[in-house]
Write a protein that binds this ligand. Structure first.
Ligand code: ADP
Ligand code: 5GP
Length: 222
């Protein structure tokens, strides 16, 4: 498998910003707050675009096809798998989820970083394919009791679904050590400030600042 996403013809070095785009992953057990944080980040930062996933799960009230997910049936999903249309894909809660490759390439080519709300399985696959461009952030709830409260207050799932999400939470949390950063989402604003801080710092990494080479060469030639 390719170890760099640019081997898939992503010209990820030639950006207006003069830095390589990064793939910013937010994962958490369901209900810990990653969608909330993702929406806040998209609103606050114009240099990052959301990767909209494809899923076979039913649409929740308020969700929009093309904005929250691309909702497809099982056959359509398997067709996309066969066509190698996914950068990564996995089964979560019995439903299929996948990240379409082309929009990610387009965002990087347009000079934007890409934000992913995907689970640990997808994060592992993304890391295998594009390791050096991936920044992995795991969000923990302050307690399981608070996690249950948030799932209930979100008002989107039936009690049996909430129960199965709670049961999965512990196994999802066990993957915390596959991430670069781990944050506890107790106070939302404080957690969001840390997310922004991580992104800002990662953007400054020398390896991502491709424009520096020319700048330093000119500086030394002065
Ligand atoms: P996830 O995307 O991880 O499944 P959501 O972002 O949908 O979780 O959050 C679950 C619920 O918890 C939502 O109703 C959201 O408004 C709420 N929530 C998120 N973060 C916090 C927080 N720090 N404190 C209190 N409620 C929160
Ligand atoms: P939900 O159904 O609550 O929107 O998402 C359930 C879980 O699936 C979450 O952990 C979410 O991060 C994950 N998920 C959403 N889209 C994708 C995807 O494209 N790939 C993978 N691997 N996981 C996803």
């Amino acid at each position: 498998m390719a170890d760099n996403i640019s081997s898939q013809n992503i010209d990820n070095d030639h950006r207006e910003l003069n830095r390589r785009g990064l793939l910013f992953v937010l994962s958490s057990p369901s209900g810990a707050g990653k969608s909330t944080l993702a929406h806040m980040l998209l609103k606050a930062d114009r240099e990052i675009a959301m990767s909209v996933s494809v899923t076979t799960r039913p649409k929740r009230p308020g969700e929009e096809h093309g904005r929250d997910y691309y909702f497809v049936n099982g056959d359509q999903f398997e067709e996309m798998v066969a066509d190698h249309s996914f950068l990564e894909y996995a089964t979560v809660f019995g439903n299929r989820y996948g990240t379409p490759t082309v929009p990610v390439q387009q965002s990087l080519e347009a000079g934007q970083d890409v934000l992913f709300d995907i689970d640990w399985q997808g994060t592992q696959q993304l890391y295998q394919r594009a390791g050096q461009d991936v920044v992995r952030v795991f969000i923990l709830p302050p307690s399981l009791e608070e996690l249950r409260k948030r799932l209930e207050s979100r008002n989107t799932d039936a009690p049996d679904i909430i129960e199965s999400r709670m049961q999965r939470a512990v196994s999802e949390i066990s993957h915390w050590d596959g991430y670069d950063y781990v944050l506890i989402n107790d106070d939302l604003d404080a957690c969001f400030a840390k997310v922004k801080q991580i992104l800002a710092t990662e953007r400054m990494r020398r390896s991502r600042q491709t424009g520096l080479i020319g700048f330093v060469r000119d500086l030394m030639a002065e």
